[in-house]
Design a protein around this ligand. Structure first.
Ligand code: KIV
Ligand code: ZN
Length: 388
């Protein structure tokens, strides 16, 4: 049975770029956009054109070079924003305007000093206006995570009638629990008239570390687009990490969902974005962190050396990492030492291994990690002679 496709909407260059101190120039954005297109994302959110001349220029230049993906520009529910976004997107083969407004009690009251009916009116006007420029109009209900479902459904119904093709349901503050976010999608699927005309989209922030879990709950409950960034970068604790949702869907085939992303390019793309943004990837980052396929405790190393699948749920090659690594530390056992010694040219007998292992532990207690060069030194210090 063919799998249902979940569209990957990459917002590294818009929401991701909102990381304090990580501004990219147009040339850097173009290189990243080209890579995202090659990676196979379906939509590239290239920027917020009205926000600055630099952002306008980036969206325009990206629109010219992207060959496959839809190129999207963000706007508020403001006519001028929409006009400027349409102008910036005019060279895109597949342009999308992403417009919207806050829908939660606090946004309506404090941000807009408004009321529910007036918010719906502005939302509808914005979508209708955007439709005069492009066919593909995505609507976001900012702070949908804290918006009551009944009102959210009214907003969604109204903007679908106005022509919205995608409904973005952002958990802007990263507050929802996965069950709650999933239930929100289910509620919209079941209660919005005309919902079959639009795609529901997950846009989750990571303030409580739940962005990925919430996005997955969203697609399990009927959403068919996930908005995400490379390495999960973004304002505050960041956005849903693209590499995580792509691999979760791939590693759980029974969900019957997949994406168009070429996962073998994930590691290189992660490194590229990290370098261009000057933002290190945390070593324990899922999928693309330096330790994601590194094994350092004796029990795990023994298992992985016997059969990789004992402690690995995916093949590192599938995400573009050459191979798993066996890291030698004071927690490593004989199997790991024999394996690494063999890699640098020493085939140890069992008796030799016992002697070398005693010496290894002395070294390892003094060092965080034993490198290949240290192995030669350890063998010499152990006093045994080995043919290499
Ligand atoms: O988090 C959010 O609500 C957003 C919208 C502007 C789409 O980024
Ligand atoms: Zn966001």
């Amino acid at each position: 049975m063919s799998k249902d496709k979940v569209q990957i909407f990459d917002t590294t260059l818009r929401d991701g770029e909102q990381v304090p101190g990580c501004k990219l120039d147009t040339a850097q954005k173009l290189v990243i956009a080209e890579r995202l297109d090659l990676l196979g994302v379906d939509i590239i959110e290239a920027g917020f054109p009205i926000s600055s001349p630099g952002d306008f220029n980036s969206v325009q230049e990206i629109s010219k070079i992207v060959k496959n993906a839809t190129v999207c520009g963000l706007t508020r529910a403001v006519k001028k924003d929409i006009e400027v976004a349409a102008e910036a997107l005019k060279y895109a083969v597949k342009p999308r305007i992403h417009t919207g407004i806050g829908t939660s009690e606090s946004h309506i009251k404090f941000k807009f000093n408004s009321n529910k009916d007036a918010i719906i009116e502005r939302a509808v006007e914005a979508v209708r206006y955007a439709k005069t420029f492009v066919e593909d109009v995505e609507f976001y209900a900012e702070d949908a995570g804290r918006t009551d479902n009944e009102f959210l459904a009214r907003v969604c119904e109204a903007v679908i009638k106005a022509g919205a093709t995608v409904l973005n349901i952002p958990d802007t503050t990263g507050y929802c629990l996965p069950d709650e976010y999933g239930a929100k999608m289910k509620y919209l699927k079941e209660n919005v008239t005309g919902i079959h005309k639009a795609i529901l989209s997950c846009h989750c922030h990571n303030d409580l570390g739940l962005a990925t879990a919430n996005s997955i709950a969203g697609v399990i409950n009927g959403a068919r687009q996930i908005e995400c960034t490379i390495n999960g970068i973004g304002e505050r604790a960041g956005n849903t990490a693209l590499e995580e949702v792509v691999m979760i869907l791939r590693q759980h085939p029974y969900l019957n969902l997949d994406t168009n992303v070429n996962s073998k390019l994930l590691y290189d793309t992660s490194q590229m974005v990290s370098q261009k943004m000057g933002m290190l990837v945390q070593p324990n980052k899922a999928i693309v962190g330096a330790n994601a396929f590194a094994h350092s405790s004796g029990i795990h190393q023994d298992g992985v050396i016997k059969n990789r699948e004992t402690y690995e749920i995916m093949d590192p090659a599938d995400v573009g990492v050459n191979e798993s690594s066996i890291v030698l530390t004071a927690r490593s056992g004989r199997a790991a030492l024999a394996y690494r010694a063999k890699n640098v040219g020493y085939e140890l007998t069992k008796i030799q291994l016992d002697t070398v292992y005693d010496e290894f532990l002395k070294f390892a207690d003094l060092k965080k990690e034993i490198q290949d060069d240290d192995i030669h030194e350890i063998i010499v210090a152990s006093g045994i002679t080995i043919e290499t």
